[in-house]
Design a protein around this ligand. Structure first.
Ligand code: NAP
Length: 281
């Protein structure tokens, strides 16, 4: 019986996914800090690391959902998960997370994104808040955690930034500014720590199906006076993949960057955007 082209494609996809899930990332038993991880992309990263056998310290500001995520990850993957409820944007929060994750081999930096607006809306304190959350917090976490990784000769840092680093999103001026600052810091620093076996890379999400996406679609819905469903459909139509990304896909890429296989990936900015950023490189 002849196999149709469609079923051949489906078979190839199934095989590829099966093979992917069997890949040994070589990090079982390592320890990771994942910031801002009770929901969304941070949770996706935490879950993919837990699935690879990594013990976790996870963080978010609100204790309830954070404890719930920790409990699901413990029960599902049998790894140790410590939950630290605090604001990662301030020095006290950073110190609490670093103390709980002392000696971690892997650091995933993340925080909530700044609000949208118009260039003329923002005052100094708005910029300071964006810089604290999306530039200075990850820098402080790297400064605290990387020396021990360098002493041990192995470490992985992944920063969650944004597609807006490559292709600025005009209404997200605070985000564009803070994340570009972090990107510049990582570009130089990643080359300084690479000789010690520590890699730093940035993951640049395009639109993903999380609460942040709902908030952004809500903004479009209000400004264009259309329903939130229409705002989403309009955005999906503009993406070559014709859909939003998932936290699981995002987490899988993060876990790969944290794996033993990614030691030669240094200082890169990797877009996960379904092809939305229209550029050759
Ligand atoms: P999300 O679904 O809203 O989840 C944010 C997570 O971070 C929650 O667990 C939240 O918990 C925690 N969090 C927020 N601020 C925090 C803080 N100061 N300290 C500690 N935890 C904090 O967001 P997401 O979609 O996963 O987005 C993650 C990052 O990627 C954001 O910076 C976002 O701007 C960026 N991004 C997202 C997209 C997208 O389409 N989703 C696209 C581009 C960029 P608490 O509220 O309890 O603290």
């Amino acid at each position: 019986m002849a196999i149709g082209r469609k079923s051949l494609r489906a078979w190839a996809l199934r095989t590829a996914l099966r093979k992917g899930s069997d890949m040994d990332l070589g990090i079982k038993g390592k320890r990771a800090i994942v910031c801002a991880a009770s929901k969304g992309l941070g949770r996706g990263c935490a879950e993919a690391l837990a699935a690879a056998g990594v013990d976790l310290v996870i963080n978010a500001r609100t204790a309830g959902p954070l404890e719930e995520t920790a409990s699901v990850l413990r029960d599902t993957y049998g790894v140790s998960v410590t939950a630290v409820a605090c604001d990662i944007a301030n020095p006290e929060g950073q110190a609490a997370v670093c103390a709980a994750g002392d000696g971690a081999d892997i650091l995933v930096n993340n925080a909530g994104g700044p609000p949208p607006g118009l260039w003329s809306d923002w005052e100094r304190e708005d910029f300071i808040a964006a810089l604290d959350a999306n530039m200075l917090a990850p820098i402080a976490m790297m400064k605290a955690m990387m020396p021990a990784m360098m002493d041990r000769g192995w470490g992985r840092v992944v920063n969650i930034t944004s597609q807006s680093v490559k292709a600025p999103i005009p209404v997200l001026g605070l985000s564009n500014a803070a994340r570009t600052g972090l990107t510049g810091y990582v570009a130089g620093t990643s080359r300084q720590v690479a000789p010690f076996g520590v890699t730093i890379n940035n993951l640049l999400p395009g639109i993903h199906d999380t609460d942040r996406a709902v908030a952004l679609d809500g903004g479009v819905s209000r400004s264009q006076n259309i329903s939130i469903e229409d705002a989403r459909a309009q955005r999906e139509a503009s993406i070559p993949a014709r859909r939003y990304g998932t936290a699981a896909e995002f987490g899988a890429m993060c876990a790969f960057l944290c794996s033993v296989h990614a030691g030669f990936v240094v200082g890169q900015n990797i877009l996960l955007d379904g092809g939305a950023t229209n550029a050759t490189i």
